[in-house]
Design a protein around this ligand. Structure first.
Ligand SMILES: Cc1cc2nc3c(=O)[nH]c(=O)nc-3n(C[C@H](O)[C@H](O)[C@H](O)COP(=O)(O)OP(=O)(O)OC[C@H]3O[C@@H](n4cnc5c(N)ncnc54)[C@H](O)[C@@H]3O)c2cc1C
Length: 408
């Protein structure tokens, strides 16, 4: 049977384009369908959204050709400092301090703005001869049989492929239509996300202040700017979100502290309700899930996209190697290799971040003492500290070739 593409990717957010470029680099024909009209998103100015990309994610982006386009627009993360904080009293002395100089590979991560990352993905996809991008098109139905898979778009068009990959985010319709259920729970927390300008330089240091209501991350951007991910209880976040810009800054200042001098808003303000959502299977016949469609996690460690890019590296490697061997890339035994590689790792990390959030998002004095002592111990042991830094850099575990910086 002749298909429109080898692989049809539903979702052109961030993981969808990364997967498309990785697969196209291995000689496969890919169609990407994205509900969002692409040019509108790429033309946006800075809107406050930015991601911390681990060193391993940078390697993948380098191999698929995206990194050279954003390299001069990212901010290296040179140090990470974590501390307990209290609104009104600022942050206590930090109890964890990771310095990139303790590993030989370089900065453990980089902050990249959504507008630059997405624009680079878009340009690369449009230039790739074996990628077809359909923007502003929504998948409404899918069907799967022994010979192949097909999707129907809202416009009435039908597309066929040997495999469908759902990169369609936390409420993945691809998973729902395949009957894949999800597990998870809400955190009762909402993240307030924006960017601020500050008077003093950040020196490439990322800060995590653990407040009883939820963590506040201050992540360095190029220039005297930082990205803010400020988690609060849902009710409190709704009140803060409703404030005007000046009152929002007045609420932020006592939490942020004055270590970077005077602050001002430098981006749009967003809110994201926080929940954990894990697909109960990452694969089905002729179907795989990648990124948030497979696992939506708490942003406490800035790992969501990094986990997704690990999926991208693993799935691309499994599919390209299977195609080279002449195997059917939609066969369950091929897709199971991807699931075995990624599902345990992802679930462990998702539940780990869940525990960290629970441990830190409270004011119980015993827990506070215990975690400060525990983190103090980590900080005092160079071998353990190095292990944490390597984990933050995405260098631990069974790394797919792309995350080692190698071609498949
Ligand atoms: C507050 C916050 C801060 C974060 N910070 C970080 C960070 O610092 N570092 C990090 O690594 N991660 C971070 N993350 C996580 C990161 O944002 C996500 O993991 C990542 O954006 C997921 O990308 P995705 O491509 O899987 O899904 P999405 O970005 O959700 O993209 C899904 C795409 O699918 C499309 N789509 C959906 N349904 C259909 C359909 N039926 N037909 C066609 N298209 C469809 C949508 O239009 C969308 O473009 C953060 C998340 C939050 C909430």
């Amino acid at each position: 049977m002749k298909h429109d593409a080898d692989i049809l990717i539903v979702g052109g957010g961030l993981n969808g384009p990364a997967l498309a470029l990785a697969l196209a680099g291995g000689g496969l024909r890919v169609t990407v369908v994205d509900a969002r009209p692409a040019p509108a998103r790429a033309e946006l100015g800075f809107d406050g959204r930015a991601y911390s990309l681990a060193l391993a994610s940078k390697r993948l982006l380098s191999v698929i050709g995206v990194w050279p386009q954003i390299a001069d627009k990212v901010q290296p993360i040179l140090e990470i400092k974590a501390s307990d904080g209290h609104a009104g009293s600022g942050a206590a002395p930090f109890f964890l301090h990771f310095d990139h100089a303790e590993i030989e590979e370089g900065p453990m991560g980089f902050m990249a703005e959504d507008r630059h990352l997405y624009a680079a993905f878009l340009a690369m996809m449009q230039a790739a001869p074996n990628i077809t991008l359909l923007s502003g098109e929504t998948v409404t139905a899918q069907s799967i049989d022994a010979a192949g898979a097909s999707v129907t778009l809202a416009s009435g068009k039908t597309l066929t492929a040997r495999l469908i990959v759902g990169c369609d985010g936390r409420t993945s319709g691809t998973a729902q239509r395949a009957g894949i259920s999800r597990s998870g729970w809400g955190y009762g927390q909402t993240a307030l996300v924006t960017a601020v300008e500050h008077a003093l330089p950040h020196h490439g240091i990322a800060h995590q202040f653990f407040m009883p209501q939820g963590p506040l991350a201050i992540l360095p951007l190029p220039g005297n700017r930082s990205s803010i991910v400020w988690s609060e209880t849902d009710a409190r976040a709704a009140q803060i979100a409703a404030l005007g810009d000046d009152d929002f800054l007045n609420a932020l200042r006592p939490r942020f502290g004055d270590f970077l001098g005077e602050i001002a808003l430098a981006g749009t303000r967003f809110t994201y309700p926080l929940n954990l959502t894990l697909a109960n299977s990452f694969v089905a016949p002729r179907l795989a899930l990648v990124g948030d469609a497979a696992h939506g996690v708490h942003p406490i460690a800035g790992q969501g996209l990094n986990l997704g890019l690990r999926d991208v590296g693993a799935l691309a490697q499994v599919l390209i190697e299977a195609a080279r061997r002449g195997e059917d890339i939609g066969a369950v035994d091929v897709l199971e290799r991807y699931q075995q590689w990624r599902r345990f790792d992802t679930t462990t990390l998702a539940l780990g971040m869940d525990s960290v959030n629970r441990l830190f998002s409270n004011d119980n004095p015993l827990l506070r003492l215990g975690r400060d002592l525990g983190m103090g111990a980590v900080n005092a042991l160079p071998a353990l500290r190095r292990r944490f830094i390597r984990t933050a850099a995405g260098l631990e575990g069974d790394l797919p070739l792309l995350l080692q910086g190698k071609q498949i």
